[in-house]
Design a protein around this ligand. Structure first.
Ligand SMILES: C[S@@+](CC[C@H](N)C(=O)[O-])C[C@H]1O[C@@H](n2cnc3c(N)ncnc32)[C@H](O)[C@@H]1O
Length: 217
């Protein structure tokens, strides 16, 4: 699966992944997920998680947060709903089937929008980013976590080791962070530092700040 797949194929593929996703990816993605949640919470309590999946990150939030999650796959969301119920995650306010490129939320309704291991999967990532920027309040941040391909230089050992696991669920090294940074500059959002996280900087957090004056975005 890659960004060359259609949205319908993506939905079907994650329907198949849902039962085993946590077994394979929980420990691998936890440090990056926790770092993204910390960055999102620093912006305020109203947080949207785009591509929330099985809800691996939902337990990382503080109880004062108000988290809304969306995902293309109802099978993935079913797992997230189970976690919310069994762990009594009262800070999770809604979980809905939705396409990242068509968010059914009013403009400027969130302090932060986070998308973890999602953006490289979306066939039209700029459209998804436009939507994230729209629902974000001025001064808020988009917090992305992903493996982004390196701009140059040899692959690190960790990249070679983890790459097969990534290819299986559609994370490709072809997608560069610079594509998102270019989008941000074009829309008047400020790309903040690209922060390497576990394992060995293979995943990176990319934060984009919407200007405090709404005019530019
Ligand atoms: C690699 S999983 C990551 C799930 C979760 N964020 C995590 O960290 O465990 C990617 C998720 O993005 C969802 N997804 C893919 N394309 C999407 C789109 N266009 N809109 C919403 N969700 C999408 C998939 O259904 C899947 O649940």
């Amino acid at each position: 699966m890659s960004s060359h797949h259609t949205t319908a194929q993506m939905e079907k593929a994650y329907g198949r992944w849902a039962p085993v996703y946590d077994l394979v990816y929980d420990k691998l993605t936890e440090p990056a997920g926790r770092a993204a949640v910390r960055a999102a919470e620093a912006c305020g309590p109203r947080i949207l998680e785009v591509g929330v999946g099985t809800g691996l990150s939902l337990g990382y939030y503080a109880s004062r947060s108000e988290v809304h999650g969306i995902d293309l796959s109802d099978d993935m969301l079913a797992r997230a709903r189970q976690k919310v119920a069994t762990r009594r995650l009262a800070h999770v306010k809604s979980l809905e089937v939705m396409d990242a490129t068509r968010l059914a939320f009013p403009s400027e309704s969130f302090d932060a929008v986070t998308a973890q291991f999602l953006i490289t999967l979306v066939p039209e990532p700029e459209r998804a980013l436009d939507e994230m920027a729209r629902v974000l309040r001025p001064g808020g941040e988009i917090v992305l976590v992903n493996h982004f391909g390196q701009e140059s230089g040899p692959l690190a050992g960790v990249e070679r080791a983890v790459a097969p696991l990534c290819a299986q669920i559609g994370w490709s090294s072809d997608f560069k962070a610079s594509r998102i940074e270019a989008w941000a500059r074009g829309r008047g959002l400020e790309p903040l530092a690209l922060e390497p996280v576990f394992p060995g900087g293979f995943f990176k957090i990319l934060r984009l700040r919407k200007p405090a004056q709404a005019a530019a975005a």
